[in-house]
Structure formats: structure tokens, C-alpha cells
Design a protein around this ligand. Structure first.
Ligand code: NAD
Length: 463
């Protein structure tokens, strides 16, 4: 299957020094990647968070991992952490709206940075990040782990091969079920000021996939959206007396199918319930409460610099979890779908987990019979994508990657700006040009795709 990073010479390679800011559930992937899997090439030299309880949890995990326990720093001491611990690379995994400040300060202090998606939530902050990269010459990497999922890399290979010719349009529909989907409405994600809403927080993965799959830069977006399921009215229609504040104090737990008991999962209890005394953050807020301001139903129409178009939807209260995507090309159609298993962030459930029969790939040439293609697979979270991405991050001499999956600030910008433009379109009702948000958008590096000028074979006449 795809090219993977190869093992470098351990003796000749000094370990890179990493610091992590933002010590919630996603941090565990990076911490274990550094301390357990790639400790020959990487060491964790500092951790930082606004919650002192989660700082201590991260330090305790280092001890369990058999690694040197890193010093912990409060968020207010981030700059002191940089000067005292001198990390080469800062990994940013805070809530989305706090990414930009840490990215910019770390690069200005001479560090490279790795940021969780979305790179940031606002166009002005995106401009500042791009500008800081230019001024400092430091590297900013955006961890688009979805690119590394084997069937999605396989889609890239098929599109690069030209088997369906040049892609003229894409239909992409993402479904979140009422376990994973509902979880966004309980947490900090439920406020746009924290997450940018699902068009930014969640769809950044999907818009990045399309940008990367097509090797194209988005130009304009029109969108619609609403919240009609996670609402006080829906709580009443489902037989509750109305929304409540949080699950821990809810008077109607027996009647509510969305009840989440933080004590039921050791991970949730340790990470959130036991730490709420420090910052008042409740991980189990009512999914029907009125102060939620994100949408649960989103549609966007996106145009690209190649002329290709995308019809996209995201639904957060669906009967199943996964997606369908179809590429309509000059020589045929590629259809791909994935049915994922149940996932709740911070629990033992596997994000992006798929069963062997949950992945489909099909090519239908114009005027010919379609055929199935056996999907590539790998073990682990996000269909094995997380493990492959960590190898690409931490191994010092990554092998050549013909899919160019490594994403930088340009790819981070191209993806979030589609979501930010879509949010703007929700407010104004108008189609939004990305250039109006950002000025000139530097194009990311893409692997070569079938030429738009290539001759197109005449399809055979119907038999
Ligand atoms: N790539 C993926 O598939 C994936 C999956 C999950 C999360 N994520 C991303 O990872 C990031 C973290 O998500 P999570 O699920 O771990 O959330 P979380 O709520 O579990 O953790 C967030 C952490 O950030 C800390 N924090 C909040 N504001 C801060 C600030 N101003 N300064 C320092 N620390 C601050 C919180 O105390 C908490 O420890 C988000 O950007 C999210 O989008 C990505």
C-alpha cells in the first residue's frame, strides 16, 4: 500500500524536545506517541494547561509511561516554559479558539509548532499565523489525521491515477450519530466562540480532505444551517419537562436517552469530573439547553480554483455514523463510504473505528459496469490513521510520501477558511469569496493530479 516513514539511524539522531499545551483527551495521543512509541527520537520536556489538575494527570502519565516527568506550567507561564525548557517543537491541543495565541508565541520564540485541527477559528487569527510563519521561517504543521486513514489515502491514489479522469464535482455527506454527534453539544464545542461551530471544528477535516483529494484551492462558499434537534423544544417533544443544566444534577436522568454519567468511565471522571473544581468546566452539560449556539444541520456549496464544485452536508443527529463521498469525473465515478462504530471522546471507545465490512470503494466507468475495490486497512484510532500520522511526525527521516499528507499552515488555512466563509454565509445569506476574508491565499503543496487539459476519451455507445 502507501509509502510509510522508515526507521532512521538511532545512534546518529538526537532526540527532539517537545512541549504540549492543552492537556485534555487528545493530548494522550501525542504524549504516548512521544513517551512510549517514539521515545528514541522524541522527549517530552514540558506540559502546560489552564487547569492544574490536568497538568498533574499528564505528569502522572509520564511516570506511568516510564518517562522523565516533565515540569508543568500554568497557561499564564507559557512564555516562561519556552525560555526555561527550550522545546524544539510545541504541540498545541487546547480548545480551538486558543490555538492561534500559542502558535504565534511559540514561533516567535524560535520553536516549530504542531497544531491540532482546526488551526484556528477566525480569519484574522489565520492571517496572523500565516504572517508569523513568513516572518519567523518556523514550521507550522496541522495534524490532519484523516488524510492518513488507509482508505482515504487509497481514494487519493485512485484519483491521482486518473481512473475516473478529471474530477468535475464532488458529493460529500458526513453523518454523526446521536452518541458522537450529541457530545459536541455537551462540551465547550457548543459555543462558536470556542470552536467556530461544526463548520470549523468538525468540517475542517472534511474540507481538508476534499482540498487534498482534488489538489485544489477553495474559492467561494454558500451555506445554510440550522439547529433543530438539540433544542429545548425537542427535549419537550421527547417527553422531558425541558432542558436542564447538566447530567450530574439532572432530575430526569431515567427519562433521558442522552444522559451521560461522568462517573461511569474512569477516563471521563479523572479528566473532567475530578478537575472541574479548578476551572468550573462541566463536560456533561444538557444537550438541549438554550444557550447552545452551534448548528446540528449544515449544507455548503464550495467552488474551487480548478472549476470543480463540492456539495457538502454535515448532520449531527443521525441514525448511523460515517460518510458517503462520490467523485464525478470525466471518465467515471468513484464512490466511497465508511460506516463507523460508536465513539464518545475521553472514553475507551475508538474514534473512527470501522469494521471490515464498514468500508466500500467502487468505480463506475462511464457507460460500463461498476466494480468494487478492496479497501486498504490498518489497526488503531481513525482507521489506523493516527498511528501512521504519528510516525510521520516523530520519525526524523520520514520516507517519501507520494500523497503529500503532511499538512502545513497553508492547508490549515484552506480548510478552516471554507468553514469560516460558510459561517459568514449563514449570517448574510450571501455567497462568500475566500479572498475577501484573507486576501491572497498561498496554495498548499499538492501531489500531481490528472491534467484538466488532457484529452477525454469518448465514452462507448450504449450496447
Ligand atoms: N484530530 C482529531 O481527530 C481530534 C480529535 C479530538 C480533538 N481534537 C482537537 O484537539 C484539541 C483538544 O481537544 P480535546 O478533545 O482534547 O479537548 P479537551 O476539552 O479534552 O481538552 C482541552 C484542554 O485545553 C485546556 N485549555 C483550555 N483553554 C486553554 C488555554 N487558554 N490555555 C491552555 N489550556 C487550555 C483545557 O483545560 C483542557 O485540558 C481541539 O483543538 C480539538 O479540535 C482533534
Amino acid at each position: 500500500m502507501s509509502d510509510l516513514p522508515h526507521q532512521p539511524n538511532a545512534a546518529a539522531t538526537p532526540r527532539r524536545r517537545y512541549a504540549i499545551v492543552g492537556l485534555g483527551s487528545r493530548r494522550e495521543l501525542y504524549q504516548d506517541g512521544i513517551e512510549k512509541v517514539h521515545s528514541r527520537w522524541a522527549e517530552l520536556v514540558a506540559v502546560c494547561d489552564s487547569n492544574p489538575g490536568r497538568i498533574e494527570l499528564a505528569r502522572a502519565r509520564s511516570a506511568r509511561n516510564g518517562a522523565r516527568v516533565p515540569p508543568g506550567y500554568a497557561a499564564a507561564d507559557f512564555d516562561r516554559m519556552l525560555s526555561e525548557c527550550r522545546p524544539d517543537v510545541v504541540i498545541v491541543a487546547t480548545i480551538d479558539s486558543a490555538h492561534h495565541g500559542y502558535l504565534i508565541r511559540a514561533m516567535q520564540a524560535g520553536c516549530d509548532v504542531i497544531t491540532e485541527k482546526p488551526m484556528t477559528t477566525e480569519a484574522a487569527h489565520c492571517r496572523q499565523i500565516l504572517e508569523t510563519c513568513r516572518q519567523t521561517g518556523r514550521h507550522c504543521r496541522v495534524t490532519f489525521n484523516y488524510r492518513y486513514s488507509p482508505p482515504r489515502s487509497q481514494v487519493k491514489e485512485l484519483l491521482m491515477s486518473g481512473v475516473i479522469g478529471e474530477v468535475l464535482s464532488v458529493d460529500f455527506h458526513w453523518l454523526l450519530n446521536t452518541h458522537h454527534g450529541a457530545d459536541y453539544f455537551r462540551r465547550w464545542h457548543a459555543q462558536k466562540r470556542n470552536s467556530g461551530g461544526l463548520f470549523v471544528h468538525k468540517s475542517t477535516h472534511h474540507f481538508d480532505l476534499v482540498n487534498w483529494w482534488l489538489g485544489a484551492v477553495p474559492v467561494a462558499v454558500a451555506a445554510t444551517g440550522k439547529r433543530e434537534f438539540y433544542t429545548p423544544a425537542m427535549a419537550r417533544r421527547m417527553g422531558l419537562s425541558g432542558p436542564h443544566e447538566r447530567c450530574a444534577t439532572c432530575p430526569e436522568t431515567a427519562a433521558c436517552g442522552f444522559h451521560l454519567d461522568l462517573r461511569s468511565s474512569p477516563g471521563l471522571k479523572a479528566l473532567y469530573l475530578d478537575q472541574e473544581q479548578h476551572d468550573g468546566y462541566w463536560r456533561d452539560r444538557c444537550v438541549f439547553r438554550p444557550d447552545i449556539d452551534i448548528e446540528d444541520t449544515l449544507n455548503a456549496l464550495v467552488t474551487y480554483d480548478t472549476g470543480a464544485t463540492l456539495s457538502y452536508s454535515l448532520n449531527a443527529f443521525n441514525a448511523w455514523e460515517g460518510y458517503t463521498v462520490a467523485f464525478n469525473g470525466t471518465k467515471g465515478r468513484l464512490e466511497h463510504s465508511v460506516v463507523e462504530s460508536v465513539y464518545v471522546n475521553g472514553t475507551e471507545t475508538v474514534q473512527g473505528g470501522v469494521s471490515a465490512d464498514g468500508v466500500r470503494l467502487r468505480i463506475i466507468p462511464l457507460r460500463s459496469t461498476g466494480y468494487e475495490i478492496a479497501p486498504w486497512s490498518a489497526e488503531g484510532d481513525h482507521g489506523g490513521g493516527d498511528r501512521l500520522m504519528l510516525e510521520d511526525i516523530f520519525l526524523p527521516e520520514a520516507g517519501p510520501d507520494r500523497f503529500l499528507r503532511k499538512a502545513d499552515e497553508r492547508a490549515g488555512a484552506c480548510s478552516i477558511l471554507v468553514g469560516i466563509a460558510a459561517n459568514q454565509s449563514l449570517v448574510t445569506g450571501a455567497r462568500v469569496q475566500l479572498a475577501d476574508l484573507i486576501g491572497e491565499l498561498p496554495p498548499p503543496d499538492f501531489a500531481p493530479m490528472p491534467s484538466r487539459a488532457a484529452p477525454v476519451p469518448m465514452p462507448p455507445r450504449p450496447a
